[in-house]
Design a protein around this ligand. Structure first.
Ligand SMILES: CC(C)(COP(=O)(O)OP(=O)(O)OC[C@H]1O[C@@H](n2cnc3c(N)ncnc32)[C@H](O)[C@@H]1OP(=O)(O)O)[C@@H](O)C(=O)NCCC(=O)NCCS
Length: 195
């Protein structure tokens, strides 16, 4: 019986979940977890905007609103948020949920709900009257999740993207009729020179 009870105890300890404020040692783990979740195929905009500086910036400017879910010493979920104030608006102080993610192996076990609930309590304590979140229009998981948390879609938000020419590789100039004529004349002239 003893080995069994030790096994059970270990299993329980392994599964013990803590929702806590992020600390400096979690920055790398949060970043890497996000890298797995925000993939270029499924969530291209989130993938492109997610980087280590993003995590570090939220952590240094709003540590109160950066939380992680930890199981057996491993970070398996996070939420990063901030607040802003806007004078002259009905709600004045707003919360903004910028990033939330849960390791796929632990999705569907209420971790995101717990992370969000803890954040919402903090925001409410700090005078926030409205919380805003956004995500890609086809991110059904996130939209389903936020709706369950009581959010409603307020407006359509469209991401636009433009690919710019690589620096150092200017596009070849387009030649109009005059340009082509000038080039031919130049070529003819240089042939004449060589003859
Ligand atoms: C969105 C995400 C954080 C949800 O995490 P999760 O831990 O699986 O969510 P929870 O288990 O806490 O679910 C809480 C509620 O949201 C709902 N929900 C979660 N995933 C859902 C989905 N795919 N579709 C519909 N509803 C969903 C659940 O039904 C649950 O409500 P219920 O308890 O009444 O059933 C997770 O899917 C994720 O990490 N996605 C990838 C990263 C991402 O897209 N983040 C958002 C943009 S920053």
């Amino acid at each position: 019986m003893l080995p069994d009870s030790i096994g059970e105890e270990e299993e329980q300890e392994r599964q013990e979940i803590s929702i806590r404020q992020m600390d400096i040692d979690d920055v790398a783990a949060v970043y890497h977890l996000g890298e797995h979740l925000f993939t270029s195929e499924e969530l291209p905009i989130l993938y492109r905007t997610w980087d280590a500086y993003e995590v570090a910036d939220y952590f240094t400017s709003d540590p109160d609103y950066c939380l992680v879910a930890e199981i057996g010493g491993r970070v398996v979920g996070f939420i990063l948020a901030t607040t802003f104030e806007k004078e002259g608006t009905a709600w004045k102080k707003y919360g903004y949920v910028s990033w939330i993610g849960v390791d796929e192996a632990f999705q569907g076990s209420n971790l995101a709900r717990r992370l969000y609930a803890r954040l919402e309590d903090k925001l409410e304590d700090h005078g926030v009257r409205m919380i805003i979140a956004d995500t890609e229009g086809d991110n059904e998981k996130a939209i389903g999740f936020f709706k369950k948390m009581g959010f409603s879609a307020r407006s359509q938000h469209v991401w636009l993207a433009k690919t710019l020419q690589r620096p150092g590789r200017p596009a070849p100039p387009k030649r109009g009729a005059r340009g082509r004529l000038a080039a031919r004349l130049k070529k003819a002239g240089s042939k004449g020179d060589a003859d």
